[in-house]
Design a protein around this ligand. Structure first.
Ligand SMILES: *Cc1c(COP(=O)(O)O)cnc(C)c1O
Length: 394
């Protein structure tokens, strides 16, 4: 049975057009793009085209693109490169709501003696720009702030953040893994130093990503070896993956407005339906500045994991806020940073839609979810007289 797949912020289905584009480079055209012979050279030429297509969708130069394996690699490379290239600067600024690819690295670097400032967010998941301004110091090597949050979909004001960092002369990296393909990004106008993105979050396959490095940014490679990517990232190119990524980014750019409108309408219908049918439920995060596909909803008095298991019985795939800390009973670090009350944070579910989401799928969730929450609340150890009160208006 086909799943009702509402977990697109975790990963996406490769688009059929994308798979079609890459397949010949997994079978027929397997040459090494660095080889002297024309069989490999042919792949090299196709990669050149892919690099130029991707640069076109981002508004940057082809040689500012470094292909790599994933978003985590881009995040790690950007931060480690900034530290290696500026050995006198030992301070990093980031936020408390970043992906573990940034946060776990930051903790690791603290253990190595670097200093990290973690900016907090308000109850809607928003940053305080004044706080960012105060956090930047003479010895700040890099500011790393995500474009859009994977759990709540909250979008940070990157144009403002970039302008501030530029004025203060500090490098800025943005983890744009959730933003690329959903938000129109023009690097000609957005003065970030580095940006990371990942193929599998935008309908390309897993195992390919990009780190954009603006011309003039000091850079030290993370993988050292062959001269691929102009000596900035060793390793034989994932040719099929890169070709797939170029196709996925071109498709996303072409259809962004139409898709966002359609996906947002489905997301809003899902959200409104849930809030109307289920008392003691609320949306986590700033609903005004939010990705069109993401909805994080908190249900008081229940466990997110229990909801997921019951949804799974109907083939519905969603995610709990604590996906990255699964196995522990700690609510997600993002919801904790927002100060979402414990009884709500534990029962938070993230639905993330895509252009492949259908009306019928939303109908199924709206049909099944109220019963699931009711069943779980009847068994809930957290249940008290408050649950019997009429729905709050929050
Ligand atoms: C998924 C994700 C990553 C990690 O990307 P991978 O390609 O899985 O390594 C980093 N940041 C954000 C915001 C993400 O959603």
């Amino acid at each position: 049975m086909k799943p009702v797949y509402l977990d697109n912020n975790a990963t996406t289905m490769s688009a059929p057009e994308v798979v079609a584009e890459m397949l010949p480079y997994l079978s027929e055209f397997y040459g090494n793009p660095s080889s002297m012979h024309s069989f490999g050279g042919r792949v090299g030429l196709r990669l050149k085209q892919a690099r130029s297509d991707i640069a076109g969708t981002l508004g940057c130069q082809p040689d500012e693109i470094i292909f790599n394996s994933c978003g985590s690699e881009g995040d790690n490379t950007a931060i480690l490169s900034a530290l290696a290239a500026q050995p006198d600067k030992r301070h990093i600024v980031t936020t408390r709501v970043e992906h573990p690819a940034v946060l776990s690295l930051a903790r690791h670097l603290e253990e190595k003696g670097y200093e990290v400032t973690y900016l907090g967010v308000d109850e809607k998941g928003r940053l305080d720009m004044a706080e960012l301004g105060q956090a930047i110091r003479k010895d700040t090597a890099i500011v790393s702030i995500m474009y859009a949050n994977n759990e709540t979909g909250v979008i940070f004001p990157l144009p403002e953040i970039a302008a501030l960092c530029k004025a203060r002369g500090v490098l800025l990296h943005t983890d744009a893994v959730q933003a690329v393909g959903k938000i129109d990004i023009d690097l000609a106008k957005l003065p970030v130093s580095m940006l990371s993105l990942s193929g599998h979050k935008l309908h390309a396959p897993k195992g390919v990503g990009v780190l954009y490095v603006r011309k003039g940014t000091p850079f030290r490679p993370f993988l050292i070896g062959g001269h691929q990517e102009r000596g900035r990232r060793a390793g034989t190119e994932n040719a099929a993956g890169i070709i797939a990524l170029a196709k996925a980014m071109t498709l996303a750019k072409e259809h962004m407005v139409a898709e966002n409108t359609q996906v947002k309408a489905l997301r809003d219908r899902l959200e409104a339906g849930i809030l109307a049918a289920i008392p003691h439920s609320l949306v986590n995060g700033d609903t005004e500045h939010r990705l069109p596909n993401t909805s994080s909803i908190a249900f008081k008095f229940v466990e997110g994991e229990a909801i997921l298991l019951m949804l799974d019985q109907y083939g519905i795939c969603a995610s709990s806020g604590s996906a990255c800390t699964s196995g522990s009973l700690e609510p997600s670090h993002v919801l904790r940073a927002m100060g979402v009350p414990f009884t709500y944070a534990h029962g938070s579910i993230r639905f993330s839609l895509s252009r492949y989401t259908t009306d019928a799928e939303i109908d199924l969730v709206l049909e099944k979810l109220p019963g699931i929450i009711e069943t779980l609340r009847r068994m809930s150890p957290f249940r008290d007289e408050e649950a019997a009160k009429p729905a709050c208006t929050c």
